[in-house]
Design a protein around this ligand. Structure first.
Ligand SMILES: [Zn+2]
Length: 285
């Protein structure tokens, strides 16, 4: 990536937006539009993290670290420079409207005990995991009001598939996982189709940027499989969101030399595709 492309990426992602999307809150205003807040990079008791939105720079008086949005992504996600750039590109790829929707769903999660109970029952118990996967909940019936009040036209909501043609929230009583340019919704109710995506591509392999440098990777079928493995300490997991890899996911999986463990369900749904995926991978040697 050349200097100009890096410059463009930084211009597209204001540091303050990125910080706030990662739950950073300004605590106290300073002169020249700067802010102080708690440092997200170390255990901070009193605000020592300074953000200058005009220069797009941060500095922490506690841990002494500072820099631009790429440096922040490196430190925050504990990745090297190229992965930080890739994470930012991926983050930027999710259109602002889906960001808002995902943020809204995240706010709803802890307000609805049925959602938290469901996660608990599926083995998702760690707050770090919920934070890591940015898991939310769509109660239904209130996203439209929230987004239109923010100024998004109804037409845009329909186009994104967030609202049905008749004007209702498309995701109702669903656990929501933000993907790369899409949102996956898992129904709580057995009466509704279990899996739902917004129209458009389901995107690449889940959390691939965090996995691709690992010499060994575990590929699972669903996001709940991913969640349970991640929670038990396997962070080299990725997920295809279904039993079929799309061409993009397949290319990602084969973009380097690595051992891949396929752990698809051992039922009729899982074993066939697993065999097919394995054959595909062997053929690319
Ligand atoms: Zn700090």
């Amino acid at each position: 990536m050349n200097r100009q492309a890096l410059h463009d990426l930084k211009r597209q992602i204001p540091l303050l937006d990125y910080l706030q999307a990662h739950d950073w809150r300004p605590a106290r205003p300073l002169s020249r539009g700067r802010w102080m807040g708690l440092c997200p990079l170390h255990e901070d008791r009193q605000p020592s993290f300074l953000v200058d939105p005009h220069k797009d720079l941060f500095y922490c008086y506690g841990c002494g670290r500072g820099g631009d949005v790429i440096r922040f992504a490196e430190l925050y996600h504990q990745v090297k420079f190229p992965q930080a750039v890739a994470l930012l590109q991926q983050w930027h790829g999710l259109p602002p409207l889906l960001h808002e929707a995902a943020g809204f769903y995240r706010m709803q999660l802890h307000r609805h005990s049925e959602a938290v109970d469901y996660l608990y029952q599926r083995g998702i118990r760690s707050p770090e995991l919920i934070e890591h996967m940015r898991i939310g909940y769509a109660p239904g019936g209130c996203l439209r009001g929230w987004l239109t009040q923010l100024g998004y036209p109804l037409q845009a909501l329909r186009q994104a598939g967030l609202i049905t043609a008749s004007g209702y929230d498309a995701y109702t009583h669903r656990i929501v996982f933000p993907l790369d340019g899409n949102l996956y919704g898992r129904s709580l109710s057995a009466a509704a189709p279990p899996h739902r995506f917004l129209p458009g591509a389901k995107g690449g392999l889940y959390a691939w940027e965090q996995v691709r440098q690992c010499p060994e990777a575990i590929l699972v079928e669903g996001l709940f499989d991913y969640a349970v493995l991640w929670q038990t300490g396997f962070h080299n997991v990725t997920c295809a969101m279904g039993t079929q890899l799309n061409a993009y996911q397949f290319r990602q999986l084969c973009d380097g030399v690595r051992t891949i463990y396929l752990t698809f369900d051992a039922d009729n749904n899982g074993s066939g595709p697993c065999k097919r995926s394995r054959t595909g991978l062997e053929n690319t040697d």
